[in-house]
Design a protein around this ligand. Structure first.
Ligand code: ADP
Ligand code: 5GP
Length: 202
């Protein structure tokens, strides 16, 4: 069966990195599309696992050679999804999870109309601030920029097929798994099996 393309967007701090890693821990067929970024690695982030960390020039080279399915400026840095990454995962028959901002979400929706799109909502704006402060990875100016951008990002949530509110983490992870389970039952993904049953001699 063909894998699913699953696009996650959310304002920074809503918890989508946490949700994606929890989902991947219990859904072995889910791969992660590792993006390229010009931002510096945060403590604990690993090259090739969390991101491909590249210089401005390195990013421009990939962009010029048509290596990105989509890319965007987000929070003063550039982030992009590489064609090679998507093709590699799909060829392996795996579901591919994307973590992209709303610009990336729109581009992927256009390119892959069958993609499953999920917007992760925070319980409140105040909770986003608390989580960004609690994560202790960004300075106050960065947190303020991310909060400003959060409103712009949330205003696009209605363009996504699903919304999941990340109030209680276990519940949010189960909601995502429920979506994946239903999407894997879509009849369009089972056309070969349907044809086989119609043709079966008894
Ligand atoms: P994002 O990838 O959306 O920017 P993260 O996954 O890094 O967000 O989460 C931001 C912070 O909030 C992290 O410190 C994470 O541990 C915490 N967090 C995530 N989900 C929850 C939740 N449901 N309740 C409380 N804290 C959470
Ligand atoms: P962070 O710096 O917190 O890891 O990510 C910042 C934002 O960039 C998040 O909204 C994340 O979804 C987005 N992002 C990460 N990778 C990509 C990508 O490849 N393309 C786009 N358009 N956005 C991305």
């Amino acid at each position: 069966m063909k894998g699913l393309l699953v696009v996650f967007s959310a304002p920074s701090g809503a918890g989508k990195t946490t949700i994606i890693s929890r989902v991947r821990a219990v859904e072995p067929n889910c791969a992660f599309s590792v993006s390229h970024t010009t931002r510096a690695p945060r403590a604990g982030e690993v090259e090739g696992i969390d991101y491909h960390f590249v210089t401005e020039d390195g990013f421009s080279d990939i962009e010029r050679s048509g290596g990105f399915v989509e890319w965007a400026h987000v929070h003063a840095h550039r982030y992009g999804t590489s064609v090679a990454e998507v093709d590699r995962q799909l060829a392996a028959g795996r579901d591919v999870l994307f973590d992209v901002d709303y610009q990336g979400g729109r581009a992927l929706m256009r390119r892959y109309p069958d993609a499953v799109t999920i917007f992760v909502l925070p319980p409140s704006m105040a909770e986003i601030r608390r989580r960004l402060q609690g994560r202790a990875l960004d300075d106050e100016a960065t947190i303020r920029l991310r909060l400003h951008n959060a409103r712009i990002e949330i205003a696009t949530a209605g363009e996504y097929r699903f919304t999941v509110t990340n109030e209680e983490l276990d519940r949010a992870v189960e909601d995502v798994r429920a979506i994946l389970r239903a999407e894997r039952l879509r009849s369009s993904l089972h056309a070969a099996r349907i044809r086989q049953l119609v043709a079966e001699e008894v």
